[in-house]
Design a binder for this molecule. Structure first.
Ligand code: SIN
Length: 289
């Protein structure tokens, strides 16, 4: 356990950061997300986020306005074009779905690199993806419905030199057009480098979105799929992961630029609901970046 010496001036509690796995993830205590953040607390949370990549805040019964205010302390918010917004809060997206494709004897659906239950990072289909996510657990099954995050920095760092050389200069596509078209919107297919540099930490990260029909540019479909499977195998290593057992009023803040995540769809028809706010790099309508 580590602790930063920051006192929450509102609650008089000490801000504490407790790592939950060696790779990534930390539980934060001593913060009441219902209260406006002081600049010191905001900076302490941001520093913890850059270090641990995913932060868990338990028992935070924040209202919609408080949810938005907390996320908004870290950057402009992004109203997503295809998810359902909460009435009066276009920045909060309701994520609720209870029927998902289930694994079959032929293999898990994610081998097709498409579908909801796969490693992905939110809005990577955009030229400048949203960088942060603040997700609140609302209706949570007693068991099941966990979320897994993978440390995309460790996934890259531990690759062999040969594999790193193979990935150098390679780009993968991010195609969200099917969902956008259903919502009457459009956006071109974007290609991002498979190995990206985190803009704040400078770390190299392994970054593919398996929910957005990835294809490696310049390779045949078969060679591209073979390369993507090797990347997916890295994401699947438990040593690079943290897995959250949600409770209602758990709030998670993660860095989309350093992680990929996977929502586990193992709760049948339970109406699980989480509510998400996305933090952008800058304020522009989605068509423009
Ligand atoms: C998301 O992909 O942003 C939501 C993750 C979840 O439902 O756990």
């Amino acid at each position: 356990m580590s602790s930063n010496v920051v006192i929450n001036l509102v609650t008089r509690e000490e801000f504490k950061v407790s790592p939950v796995q060696p790779a990534l993830g930390a539980e934060i205590s001593g913060v009441d997300l219902k209260q406006p953040l002081t600049p010191e607390l905001r900076d302490a949370i941001k520093a913890a986020l850059l270090k641990y990549k995913v932060l868990f805040f338990r028992d935070q019964d924040v209202s919609h306005a408080e949810h938005v205010a907390f996320a908004g302390a870290f950057g402009p918010l992004y109203p997503h074009p295809t998810t359902t917004a909460i009435d009066g809060f276009p920045e909060i997206h309701r994520i609720a779905r209870s029927q998902f494709p289930q694994p079959t004897p032929g293999g898990f659906p994610d081998r097709k690199f498409a579908g909801p239950s796969v490693f992905h990072s939110d809005t990577s289909w955009r030229f400048i993806p949203t960088w942060g996510v603040v997700l609140k657990g609302v209706n949570i099954p007693e068991i099941g419905g966990d979320t897994i995050w993978v440390d995309a920095e460790k996934a890259y760092a531990n690759l062999s030199d040969e594999f790193k050389a193979e990935l150098e200069g390679k780009f993968a596509t991010h195609d969200f057009r099917e969902a956008l078209h259903k919502a009457g919107k459009d956006y071109p297919i974007i290609a991002h480098p498979i190995v990206r540099t985190h803009p704040e930490t400078g770390a190299k990260i392994l970054w593919v979105n398996f929910s957005q029909k990835p294809q490696v540019l310049g390779l045949s479909r078969a060679d591209s799929d073979a390369l993507l499977v090797r990347i997916l195998d890295e994401y699947r290593r438990p040593e690079y992961q943290v897995r959250l057992k949600w409770r209602p009023n758990t709030v998670v803040f993660w860095d989309n630029r350093a992680t990929s995540h996977y929502a586990v769809h193992d709760y049948g028809d339970f109406p699980r609901e989480v509510q998400r706010v996305l933090i952008a790099e800058k304020t522009l309508p989605y068509e423009h970046y």
